[in-house]
Ligand binder design. Structure first.
Ligand code: AMP
Length: 410
């Protein structure tokens, strides 16, 4: 039968048992964040377009990737395409920064990008991420990377590569931009159409290009490391030494700049080992100037975002068996208040039940109880019988206390 309605292109439903997997994955991510003392933040799905256009560099081609429109009261709104700008907005707007100058937040949220749907690239997808405000020390960078690696390990995602770079200060970035502009201009004919367009507006983004023809030219492009100050190089070396000490392997990736405008200092990405096109699991970096740029006090910050769908695809995590304790079977003539009193009591005593409200015939109820992995079946007729499905042991019970006695003796 064909459904009368279809989901919007690039969006997906998550149905059982996958919802169970999602819940377990999310619980792991909540748990690890809390272990590192990061607190959860939730922000609205809708924001004003300016938030992204003015701060994230969602310029020209990328702004086409936002779901954005003018609403009935002429407000320009967008479904959030990323989380850092909304988190920073909330951090400043709520005044949270005053009581929490050193503040560690995490989120699990849905994001929306109007890009061309393909495998691993959805229009609505979910990210887990952390944002740490108030510390400029390199230890903070190490901690953020450690959180990302700890999460991947806990999700049994082992074959990953950590790519890492340092893109220096905004001044370094300007110098680098000029250097890149010169280099790419000399090779303009060989660049893809999109990169040719970016040459003037944002040559650094050409380094993010996935186009085949660009890749060759990018390989020989100047690297930012040559422009870093002695202090920045020292910081980067300290970061690498800490990763070595933690036994976290990495690849220095001198062209990893991450396209968005707000990054400086450390940038990193974690990919799978495969070279399939959507192999990035997680990306992050420092953004020491964004809080101030958005109207807050000068506050160094670093964070990352990881795609939950992509992590779930790579994860070898096994769902816990979700068996039920007691299947409640009742016949047609059953007295429902009596039944519900039992259901209620069992729930209050922490049992997981399945109540057959369809009142199937007894044979089908047993089949159904087996299919649902129930441990016991409680048959309610004029009398009540509880049966251990595995051992076949059964007993007539006349009230809830007797039922509990039977269950606790099993
Ligand atoms: P970004 O915010 O672009 O740095 O992305 C961070 C992570 O989110 C990526 O490494 C992916 O795992 C995931 N991601 C980004 N865009 C999409 C998308 N359109 N569909 C699914 N996952 C995505």
């Amino acid at each position: 039968m064909k459904s009368k309605y279809q989901k919007i292109k690039g969006t997906f439903d998550i149905l059982p048992p996958d919802t169970q997997l999602w819940k377990e994955v999310e619980n792991i991510l909540h748990g690890i964040s809390e272990q590192f003392s990061y607190e959860e933040i939730r922000t609205p799905a809708l924001e004003s377009i300016n938030l992204f256009q003015q701060n994230v560099g969602y310029e020209t081609d990328v702004s086409k990737e936002m779901f954005a429109w003018e609403d009935q009261s002429n407000q320009q709104v967008a479904l959030k395409p990323e989380m850092t700008a909304p988190v920073v907005r909330a951090y400043i707007e709520s005044g949270f920064f005053r009581s929490n100058p050193l503040c560690r937040l995490y989120y699990i949220d849905s994001l929306f990008r109007r890009e061309k749907p393909q495998k691993g690239r959805q229009r609505q997808f979910n990210q887990f991420g952390v944002e740490a405000f108030g510390s400029s020390s390199i230890e903070q960078d190490v901690e953020v990377i450690l959180i990302a690696k700890t999460c991947l390990k806990a999700l049994s995602i082992n074959e990953t590569i950590l790519h890492i770079n340092n893109i220096g200060s905004p001044e370094t970035r300007i110098k680098y931009e000029q250097l890149l502009k010169k280099y790419f201009s000399q090779n303009i004919k060989a660049l893809s159409g999109l990169s040719q367009k970016r040459l003037d507006s944002n040559p650094i983004r050409i380094l993010d290009s996935k186009e085949k023809e660009d890749k060759l030219i990018i390989q020989n492009a100047p690297i930012i490391k040559e422009l870093l100050t002695a202090k920045e190089v020292e910081n980067f070396n300290t970061l690498l030494a800490n990763l070595d000490a933690l036994n976290i392997q990495y690849v220095e990736s001198p062209h990893l700049v991450r396209g968005l405008d707000y990054y400086n200092g450390t940038t990193f990405e974690i990919t799978t080992e495969s070279d399939k096109s959507q192999n990035a699991l997680c990306g992050g970096g420092r953004y020491d100037f964004l809080v101030e740029q958005m109207g807050g006090p000068s506050t160094p910050a670093i964070g990352f975002a990881a795609g939950i769908e992509r992590m779930i695809i790579e994860s070898k995590h096994q769902i816990k068996k979700n068996a039920i304790d007691i299947y409640i079977s009742c016949n047609e003539s059953i007295n429902s208040p009596k039944c519900f009193a039992l259901v209620h009591n069992l729930i209050e005593n922490d049992y997981k039940i399945f109540f057959d409200t369809n009142k199937k015939n007894p044979k089908n109820q047993i089949k159904d109880a087996l299919k649902r992995n129930a441990s016991f079946i409680l048959m309610i007729d004029q009398d009540m019988t509880i049966k251990n499905i595995k051992s076949n042991e059964e007993s007539a019970v006349s009230d809830f206390q007797q039922l509990l006695n039977f269950l606790t003796l099993q």
